[in-house]
Ligand binder design. Structure first.
Ligand SMILES: O=C(O)C(=O)C[C@]1(C(=O)O)C=C[C@@H](O)C=C1
Length: 356
């Protein structure tokens, strides 16, 4: 076969693909009409999860799983945009890791709205100026993002999905390495690169800023003062900076877990995670008894954090993640048992326990 023949076969298949995609779009439009009529959520993470799992299992061709997932991410992104003018709020400016996580989840067809801090992301969704928000919750090297945890206390928003994203930070500047005097970045990124900084820039001043993209902007603006930034390659590219060194995080597998927040949580998928917060009575053994509620019903607790309650000194709020969905009978029973030992229990949401 010659190249022209192969290409004309590809053209024929593309025509068929386009026709099939248009047919799919017609059906998606109908789904949108039904959802609006019945007051259902446009974004359906449980359906996306089931669809992706089925497609990956069905695939017997040459395309790797990663490519199937990427292609379908964009097909479903187009679908979301057809069903409604979806807007996703994230910690900006453009190019932050949170922005990249949001795109990983919602694709390129929906609208995005950059916010200056995490509270604004919550606020935009609460005031319905955005449909969903994306916020980081924890990093595998540096741990919890405490500000996000704190925001859940007074918010009515629910978690509806999670995004796992490998974070590979780099050193970026528009000046040579020898001229660097000050490093700018988000505090989480400084924590993820602590050993590298001590080894390579023990004398540098570290300045915390609101995001990695903001750090890159400052590295561009203050180059003559010896400024450089730590962050992702997209932030470097958007600010015309050179990546002087890549993958500087202390652990190669450095991963951040982000949450999608919205008005409603997600229905069960069979592989779910539930996040909640609770406060205990100030009595001996309260915490042990609270946690025994999970053990008693054979519920696996994958994480626990504590934060000051900010209402009374030395009073804490505990955040836990459990395997299962809050509609599962066993998990429901364990939550009823938990309530007996707590002055406050608040379910933050149940959502698919996957990174896709
Ligand atoms: O099935 C739905 O609920 C749809 O809205 C369609 C669709 C899709 O393209 O398959 C799009 C977005 C949803 O998040 C899930 C699935």
């Amino acid at each position: 076969m010659n190249l022209d023949d192969i290409r004309s076969d590809i053209d024929r298949i593309d025509r068929q693909l386009l026709q099939l995609l248009s047919d799919r779009a017609d059906l998606v439009h109908e789904v949108g009409v039904v959802k609006k009529r019945d007051g259902l959520q446009i974004y359906a993470p449980e359906r996306e999860q089931a669809l992706l799992r089925k497609l990956v299992a069905m695939n017997t061709g040459r395309l790797p799983e990663k490519s199937i997932l990427a292609i379908y991410r964009e097909i479903m992104s187009a679908a979301l945009a057809l069903e409604d003018d979806l807007k996703i709020a994230y910690l900006g400016p453009e190019g932050t890791w949170t922005h990249q996580a949001a795109i990983k989840k919602f694709g390129h067809s929906v609208a995005y709205s950059a916010q200056p801090n995490f509270s604004e992301v919550f606020d935009q969704v609460s005031r319905r100026k955005a449909d969903y928000g994306v916020v980081p919750i924890e990093n595998s090297t540096e741990g919890a993002v405490s500000h996000t945890l704190d925001l859940f206390v007074d918010s009515q928003l629910q978690i509806c999905a999670q995004i796992l994203m490998r974070i590979e930070n780099g050193l970026m500047a528009s000046i040579p390495r020898e001229q660097i005097r000050t490093l700018y970045s988000h505090p989480q990124v400084f924590g993820q690169c602590r050993n590298w900084i001590l080894r390579h820039f023990p004398e540098a001043d570290l300045v915390e800023v609101s995001s990695t993209t903001r750090a890159a902007e400052i590295a561009r603006e203050k180059a003559s003062e010896g400024a450089a930034a730590l962050g992702g390659p997209l932030a470097a590219e958007l600010n015309g900076l050179t990546l002087l060194e890549e993958c500087i995080q202390d652990r190669a597998t450095n991963t951040t877990r982000f949450l999608v927040i919205g008005e409603k949580t997600c229905p069960p998928t069979g592989n779910d995670r539930t996040s909640l917060l609770f406060a205990i009575h100030d009595r001996p053994g309260s915490l042990v008894r609270a946690l025994q509620a999970f053990e008693h019903f054979d519920i696996n607790m994958s994480k626990i954090e504590s934060r000051p309650s900010k209402r009374k000194d030395w009073e804490y709020i505990f955040y836990v993640d459990l395997a299962g969905h809050c509609e599962d009978p066993q998990l429901r029973e364990s939550l009823e048992a938990l309530e007996k030992h707590c002055s406050l229990v608040k379910i933050l949401g149940s959502y698919p326990d996957t990174g896709e």
